[in-house]
Design a protein around this ligand. Structure first.
Ligand code: CTP
Length: 400
């Protein structure tokens, strides 16, 4: 079988060195990679490095090997183009269709999925010009992954770091696995809650649950690969950040509600995968609750937490917004699920049967997705990413 053809575009940012590791991962996992650097990027990593690591000649401009018409052929034959790092300048050129070197020509001729992994200083990423260029590229179907937050060049820290090569590689792998289809969530903003809330009793204790957050993270990773801008609101998961998503960290149901309501304001889709505590202690003890000799412990009074899913579904920040909930049921799964779907007012409800095979923190899941229009989609026992993709398969046509 022919190896999948990947074009690795490298533009002129200090993070270009991380693209060497991405290239290695791509070639070692059986991809035929052609590196197309920009002239500016050669200040950071020289052409010899790219040529030696990829096993292909390397050029920045269209005037080498003209008889092979490289400015057209490289893009035409690619199964995937990934630009890492993508500078503000490269994003601007791509958004405006400029073609003054081999990489920008390749971007114009490619008909395959294109992934941009931006890296730049926070000010440049936040500049309205860059925001609009990114929005334009996403609207046209490109996958633009959110930069990571952390140390930037020099002493600065903030948003703008190139995500780790292993994570960019994972995005590429998922995009390639979907084949030559347009990313169906491109230009969409999806908000996903994941994990389990903790309701504090005193400074050292809380009421919590055993949700691992893995299903929510699988939803975030698959949505990134399908082109969405992803806001992942995570509660106490301790999982590594998925590449390309904006992460908001919360602890309690009250904090989760605030974060979800705020992010939902401009969201196309809200998925409540988090396990939200239905109750919280009525009182928080500022000092540690101590046991007292010869005394029974005082009962813990609880109060209701807000139902975030019902609130978001009832309010609909945008009329066309799609709201997805999760539910765990032990018996009468479908009937209880249908009733819950109606009660919460969401469009889709992913119902897990809590059974013998179900363990918290597992890598697999099995579910039925119920839709408000009556559809029922069983999802067989399998990886959480497969269930996540089924959810997006059901969301995507409803967005249109
Ligand atoms: N949910 C929420 N806010 C809450 C409780 C739950 O948004 N205070 C959301 C969860 O994120 C999930 C769905 O509602 O999407 C689960 O509904 P819930 O009523 O808690 O169902 P179960 O967990 O199945 O529990 P029960 O059957 O006891 O109602």
């Amino acid at each position: 079988m022919e190896k999948p053809k990947v074009v690795l575009g490298v533009s002129g940012g200090i993070a270009a060195y991380k693209a060497c590791e991405l290239l290695r991962r791509l070639t070692e996992s059986g991809h035929d990679v052609r590196v197309v650097p920009t002239e500016a990027s050669l200040h950071f990593i020289g052409a010899a490095t790219w040529s030696a690591l990829s096993g292909h000649p390397v050029s920045t401009e269209v005037w080498n090997d003209v008889h092979e018409v490289p400015h057209v052929r490289i893009g035409q034959h690619a199964d995937l183009v990934v630009v890492a790092p993508a500078t503000a300048d490269l994003l601007a050129k791509a958004a405006h269709g400029l073609a003054d070197d081999l990489l920008t020509n390749t971007l114009l001729t490619a008909r395959c999925p294109v992934v941009f992994a931006p890296a730049m200083h926070t000010e440049m990423w936040e500049h309205p010009a860059t925001r609009e260029n990114v929005a334009t590229l996403r609207r046209r179907g490109a996958v633009v992954i959110e930069p990571a937050v952390g140390r930037l060049t020099g002493v600065d820290t903030g948003k703008g770091r190139l995500p780790e090569p292993a994570e960019i590689f994972e995005v590429c792998r998922r995009v390639l696995a979907r084949g030559p289809v347009a990313p169906d969530l491109a230009g969409r903003h999806v908000v996903i809650s994941a994990g389990g809330t903790r309701e504090p009793l005193d400074p050292v204790r809380y009421l919590g649950n055993r949700s691992s957050g893995k299903q929510g993270y699988a939803l975030a990773r698959t949505a990134v690969a399908r082109g969405a801008r992803v806001t992942l609101i995570e509660a106490n998961t301790g999982l590594p950040d998925p590449s390309g998503a904006d992460i908001v960290r919360v602890g309690t149901a009250t904090q989760l509600r605030e974060a979800v309501v705020m992010a939902a304001a401009d969201a196309d889709v809200v998925v409540m995968a988090a396990a939200v505590a239905d109750f919280r202690p009525a009182e928080y003890a500022a000092g540690k609750i101590k046991k007292k000799d010869g005394q029974e412990p005082a009962p813990i009074a609880l109060v209701r937490n807000p139902d975030i899913l019902a609130e978001v579904a009832g309010r609909r920040a945008r009329p066309e917004q799609i709201v997805v909930g999760f539910a765990a049921e032990t018996d009468n799964v479908l009937a209880n699920g249908r009733e819950k779907l109606r009660r919460k007012g969401c469009d889709l409800l992913v119902v897990n049967e809590v059974g013998e095979r179900r363990t918290f923190g597992a890598e697999e899941n099995e579910a039925v997705v119920l839709a408000a229009d009556g559809a029922e989609t069983p999802v067989p026992f399998g990886p959480k990413e497969a269930l996540a993709d089924t959810v997006w398969d059901l969301v995507s046509p409803r967005l249109a």
